[in-house]
Design a protein around this ligand. Structure first.
Ligand code: SAM
Length: 288
């Protein structure tokens, strides 16, 4: 270990740590740990974070990515649901980092879906970035919950199942465009940031992984709440093969009412939800 940098974890370190703690990775918690230093460095680099950032990492696990995040000079507040992993991580960080680096780390033991911004506060500020290898089964709700609850988030870089990465980054008209794409676009510009090999994980997952990068942007301007816009999005995609006039009949009260709202928002009633931008959904919700 150099005197100023964390010592990143390799395959032998992960094996040894997991053995000592008797960690048996569970599918339920999406526990696939990264065993490759190049991958965690790549994630930290793509996240474009540095000493000015307070990064929240969801699911730090054994600490592979955490150490790479600390290497950038950022402050890190991690959220881990597994009590055993949450309890051990401070010791791993202390062993592998100089004290001034370890001082930039803190951990909250919680389900990320329940965490509130105030719990992630460090020195009076809340996170500016989220960087994580997300538990795959709850990746979308975790991401959307964080974007909703932490308005100070400026950017993020998350690793998710490749199929989910496609959905999050899809544009209107693309096959993967759906509810996660529109809801994520409410908060941020989202883009695909690369593939990750299965071989960098222990245990090796049975799905491909991808990276998604996002940059926060102002919400679409409309005289309507986020909840109302999202209700319209959910209704439109619940029957995605139907025209919006038909798909939104329940949401608007009748097919005629849906058509009136669509026309008022300047949208062809025969179009489908998969063609609308988040701005158009906002205009439509406001027109009901
Ligand atoms: N960051 C580590 C890495 O890259 O090696 C571990 C990533 S692993 C894919 C997902 C991690 O998220 C695990 O440590 C798991 O215990 C944790 N986790 C699962 N569900 C969670 C939740 N709802 N809230 C917080 N952490 C969760």
């Amino acid at each position: 270990m150099s005197t100023t940098s964390p010592a990143l974890l390799g395959p032998a370190d992960i094996r040894q740590l997991a053995g000592r703690l008797d960690v048996r990775p569970t599918k339920q918690l999406g526990q696939n740990f990264v065993v490759d230093a190049n991958t965690v460095r790549r994630i930290a680099r793509l996240a474009e974070i540095g000493p000015d950032d307070l990064v929240t990492e969801i699911g730090p696990g054994l600490g592979s990515l955490t150490l790479a995040l600390l290497e950038t000079g950022a402050q890190v507040v991690a959220v881990e649901i597994d009590p055993k992993l949450a309890a051990e991580l401070p010791a791993t960080i202390a062993t592998r980092c100089p004290p001034e680096v370890a001082a930039r780390f803190s951990i909250v033991e919680s389900d990320a879906l329940l965490v509130q911004a105030a719990q992630l506060e460090v020195d009076g500020r809340t996170p500016t970035a989220v960087v994580a290898n997300l538990p795959y089964n709850v990746a979308v709700p975790v991401l959307l919950t964080l974007l909703e609850r932490i308005p100070t988030l400026r950017s993020g870089l998350v690793m998710v199942q490749a199929e989910v990465a496609d959905r999050l980054a899809a544009r209107p008209g693309e096959k993967a465009y759906g509810v996660p794409s529109v809801k994520a676009a409410w908060y941020a510009d989202v883009r695909w940031a690369g593939a990750v090999s299965r071989q960098v994980f222990w245990p090796v997952p049975n799905v491909e992984s991808g990276l998604v990068q996002f940059t926060a942007r102002p919400h679409p301007v409309a005289d309507v709440s986020r909840e109302e816009v999202f209700a319209c999005v959910d209704a439109a995609f619940a029957q995605r093969r139907k025209t919006l006039r038909a798909a939104l009949a329940g949401w608007a009260g009748s097919a005629d009412a849906a058509e009136a709202a669509l026309r008022k928002a300047g949208i062809d009633p025969k179009t489908r939800g998969e063609r609308l931008t988040v701005e158009q959904f906002a205009a439509l919700a406001a027109a009901r």
